[in-house]
Design a protein around this ligand. Structure first.
Ligand code: S3P
Length: 188
């Protein structure tokens, strides 16, 4: 597989899309884009405010417009919001010229990683774990159906996930790097 024009990361809240996306972009020499952050910048307000004032539907409309716009940007790694797969019209924007990577994460990890978060309106209630379970049941088949690569992130550092992804995309360069590493060690 040669390097894709774009890499699009999908997956639930707490999967590590932003952290992994930023590191992956650096590794590939691509530009990192985070659709939620760009929506916030454009709107001049954060996501809880958008949900509050415009409702989830207002946010989803902004998200669709953003995914459409960003789908034309080559040499980018895009971190999407967990609900980006919910509208069918988003699917063509997500897949356009892209390698779609599903960062698959257990409910336990999602709970752990979002525990202290106040920026995710869908989790501001008495039982965020139940919400994450319900969303997972609906969305996991959608993430899986869209993905070219499914990558498990549980018990892996972001660095390891990035290394595994780069190896999947460009096995030749990975072999080359391993070989260079061995020779480097030989001469150390
Ligand atoms: C959402 C996930 C969030 C953000 C919004 C809605 C969702 O993004 O888009 O709060 O529906 O799962 P992250 O997945 O980056 O937390």
């Amino acid at each position: 597989m040669s390097l894709p024009k774009r890499v699009v990361l999908v997956g639930p809240m707490g999967a590590g899309k932003s952290t992994i996306g930023r590191m992956l972009a650096k590794e590939l020499g691509y530009h990192f884009l985070d659709s939620d952050r760009i929506i916030e910048e454009r709107c001049g307000a954060n996501i809880p405010w958008i949900f509050d004032v415009e409702g989830e539907d207002g946010f989803r409309q902004r998200e669709t417009a953003m995914l459409r716009e960003l789908s034309t940007q080559p040499r980018t790694v895009l971190a999407t919001g967990g609900g980006a797969v919910m509208r069918e019209e988003n699917h063509s924007h997500l897949k356009k010229d892209a390698l779609v990577v599903y960062l698959k994460t257990s409910i336990e990890q999602q709970v752990e990683r979002t525990r202290k978060d106040r920026n995710r309106p869908l989790l501001q209630n008495d039982d965020p774990e139940a919400v994450l379970r319900r969303l997972f049941a609906i969305r996991d088949p959608l993430y899986t159906g869209l993905a070219d690569v499914v990558m498990f992130t549980d018990r892996k550092s972001p660095r390891l996930v990035v290394r595994q992804l780069v190896n999947r995309m460009n096995p030749k360069s990975a072999r080359h790097k391993r070989q260079a590493g061995k020779e480097g060690r030989k001469h150390a």
